[in-house]
Design a binder for this molecule. Structure first.
Ligand SMILES: C[S@@+](CC[C@H](N)C(=O)[O-])C[C@H]1O[C@@H](n2cnc3c(N)ncnc32)[C@H](O)[C@@H]1O
Length: 217
């Protein structure tokens, strides 16, 4: 953890519980070592959803459906969520979680590779939450930009890689070097693409929040 652990523990201690079902899904995911958004990222997303009030959300990386259900709980009524997952073992668990939450009508789970599925989507989406294969973010970006509404928000999780991102590539374990290189390229692109305005936050494992500029920005 690259952020002072005591600060994170303190912030966590202030959090209030979600619904019993969400708490159960989160506990089970953590016990099964399924990677899901951290508490502080959850809190940020909840606030962002209340500010942005999106009518449609695209999520890359469903896992067992925790973040999709959390977003659905804090997005305005009627918000449609489309979420993509390619790991067969997690897909039935996510579907069952959506059913248990009574969210089958609000959340559509599309099975397959995120990039391939995105290419077949129409959009536009008001908010895109990128939380799938980190090494692929740079490849997802053109499709995300195509699918994002003007003024829409792109949130990308895990961009600071527990602090590894600031290290030289030689200080990073050899097996992580491709991800390291591509994530740096991705962050550079987010900050230098003239269609986007981006803030990189040292929150959780690092969160990038980008807005697609519209005619007024
Ligand atoms: C960090 S987890 C998502 C967690 C989820 N958003 C949450 O917070 O509850 C990332 C997920 O992306 C999926 N994934 C990885 N590569 C993918 C790809 N190319 N296409 C679709 N899903 C992918 C993984 O199987 C994994 O379940």
């Amino acid at each position: 953890m690259f952020i002072d652990e005591r600060i994170t523990t303190f912030i966590h201690s202030l959090e209030t519980p979600e619904s019993p079902l969400l708490e159960e899904i989160e506990d089970k995911a953590l016990a099964d070592r399924v990677p899901i958004i951290r508490k502080e990222t959850q809190s940020f997303l909840k606030v962002l959803l209340q500010i942005e009030r999106p009518g449609s959300i695209l999520e890359l990386g469903t896992a067992v459906g925790f973040s999709a259900l959390l977003m659905s709980a804090y997005a305005p009524e009627g918000c449609r969520i489309t979420t993509i997952e390619n790991y067969e073992k997690r897909i039935p668990i996510a579907r069952e979680n959506f059913r248990r939450a009574g969210k089958e009508k609000d959340i559509t789970l599309l099975e397959g590779d995120a990039l391939e599925v995105m290419r077949g989507l129409e959009g536009p989406f008001d908010l895109i939450f990128m939380d799938a294969a980190k090494a692929q973010y740079i490849h997802y970006l053109p499709e995300a930009l195509r699918l994002l509404e003007e003024g829409g928000v792109l949130v990308t999780d895990n961009v600071l890689q527990d602090g590894d991102i600031m290290e030289s590539r030689f200080a990073v374990e050899r097996r992580n070097r491709t991800i390291h290189k591509r994530m740096r390229e991705y962050l550079y692109q987010l900050k230098h693409d003239e269609r986007l305005l981006t803030s990189i936050l040292p929150l959780g494992d690092g969160l990038a929040v980008s807005v697609k500029k519209g005619k007024t920005l």
